[in-house]
Write a protein of this length. Structure first.
Length: 432
């Protein structure tokens, strides 16, 4: 098994549960992948902001299996949007009424069409049309230009106008099924003590069932040999009858490309994704009253401000205010690899623009993280490119974020698809 993120560990749990010996190789020093944590104020905190929605029922089910369902706290969250040089409440009916950039007719079209989208069950009408086109036609150009367009631009950069409507439809569809709304906005779920509690419990269960998890040792190459495989890692090599790669597509290609057929390689080569950089500021002041602040302004150097301690009490982090500065950047953007200080120099004036009282002296510590592969980009016709879990080489399997469709990636789906990967392998082994 390659990758000790949630998908890889979940597959390992199901396979060891059936008595199969599994070895998980992980590049990072620890488990959890994109959901891994650092310690802040003596408390673990995700390096990339995380919460779950009430529609994430597989996550909740799985947490229950590990004895942790009761540890998910469902707390109110306040959402805002920065546009036209000021902050606006966003995400509740009352806030929409007060939202200045849209006129009454635009607001009505926005509400009616969003309600219809949330009731639509069939993805087909949304799969081959860009969201920019669909929104302009059904909600009006103002809604695209002032709301969705800038948000898509922050997330998908030059692909913003091409992203398929199916991606937005499914997000709205699932949010419409979010059951716990309050006057203070949607209730979101957070694991008391961080989501790492689930990852750690999962890793421990895999080991109890006989699995081996080897961290800090990346797989460098997978080779066919003697009816099975030789898995080369930086530290050595191992024999395996079957290999499941539970990692992003570029990592899969790097270690397994010679095992794949040309048609398979060319389809995988068409899949696109953005990377992400995320800066965490520990501060002695709060920046805004919001947990989640969308930045719908192309002149701003980041796409979102997530003030974790406007959602989770800051007392848990030694009284610190914790702010994530989120920025999705394409793989060819030099900012993806820029050092922390360069990124902070770019960000700090923009933070002052949002809150004129902000002072760099508020920052008591900062951390900077990068994910080369953070978010698949779903373009029209995406369904036809989704790689199957069984590779063309018998015995080689893939479980990756790019397979998640029409839903967007998330911990819930990493677990679900990890289970599906294990089911596929068990079926091939003659088990059901
Ligand atoms: C900015 C950001 C915010 C997010 N917010 C949320 C949120 O609020 N809620 C939510 O549910 N989800 C969120 N997610 C998504 C969530 O973190 C992921 O969907 C989930 O963790 C993916 O799990 P995975 O196992 O599929 O992949 P990954 O976590 O990417 O795991 C793959 C693993 O494979 C390892 N690997 C790769 N190549 C090799 C190799 N050659 N050898 C050994 N190991 C290798 C990697 O190191 C990694 O640990 C967010 C993600 C990002 C980037």
């Amino acid at each position: 098994m390659v990758g000790a993120g949630l998908a890889g560990l979940t597959a390992a749990l199901r396979l060891t549960g059936k008595g199969y010996p599994v070895r998980v190789q992980e590049r990072y020093p620890g488990t959890g992948g994109l959901a891994r944590v650092v310690e802040i104020g003596g408390e673990p905190l995700e390096v990339f902001y995380h919460h779950v929605f009430t529609s994430d029922t597989d996550y909740v089910r799985f947490a229950g299996e590990l004895g942790l369902a009761g540890e998910i706290e469902w707390l109110p969250s306040r959402m805002g949007i920065w546009t036209r040089g000021r902050l606006w409440d966003f995400g509740t009916p009352a806030s929409l009424l007060r939202f200045g950039p849209l006129g009454l007719v635009d607001k009505l079209r926005f509400v009616v069409s969003t309600l219809l989208l949330q009731r639509a069950e069939d993805p087909a009408p949304f799969e081959d049309v860009p969201a920019s086109e669909w929104i302009r036609r059904h909600q009006g150009s103002r809604v695209w230009d002032d709301v969705w367009g800038p948000l898509f631009h922050q997330k998908f950069d030059r692909y913003a106008d091409q992203v398929a409507m199916v991606w937005l439809w499914r997000k709205l569809y699932l949010r419409g099924r979010s059951r716990t709304r309050s006057g203070m906005g949607e209730r979101l779920g957070y694991m008391r003590g961080s989501f790492d509690r689930l990852t750690s419990a999962l890793a421990a269960r895999v080991q109890e069932q006989g699995g081996v998890i080897h961290t800090g040792d990346p797989v460098t190459r997978i080779e066919r040999s003697g009816g099975g495989f030789t898995v080369h890692t930086r530290a050595g090599e191992h024999r395996a009858d079957l290999v499941l790669v539970a990692a992003p597509v570029p990592d899969y290609l790097e270690i397994a490309a010679p095992l794949l057929e040309p048609a398979e390689l060319s389809r995988l080569g068409e899949l696109k994704a953005t990377g992400a950089i995320c800066t965490i500021l520990e501060m002695d002041h709060s920046l805004t009253p919001y947990y989640w602040l969308n930045i719908a302004d192309p002149d701003m150097p980041f796409g979102g401000l997530i003030e974790h301690t406007n959602y989770i009490p800051r007392e848990r982090y030694g009284g610190r205010h914790i702010l994530y500065i989120s920025n999705y950047v394409l793989p060819d953007d030099p900012l993806l690899h820029a050092p922390k200080n360069e990124v902070l120099d770019l960000y700090l004036p923009a933070l002052r623009h949002i809150n004129p009282a902000f002072d760099a002296g508020w920052i008591t510590a900062s951390h900077h993280f990068r994910a080369d592969y953070a978010q698949p980009i779903v373009l029209p016709g995406y369904r036809r490119l989704i790689p199957p879990m069984r590779a063309s080489t018998p015995g080689l399997y893939l479980c990756t974020m790019a397979q998640i469709y029409p839903e967007d990636r998330g911990q819930n789906y990493a677990i679900l698809y990890g289970e599906r990967a294990a089911e596929t392998i068990l079926k091939d082994l003659g088990q059901h």
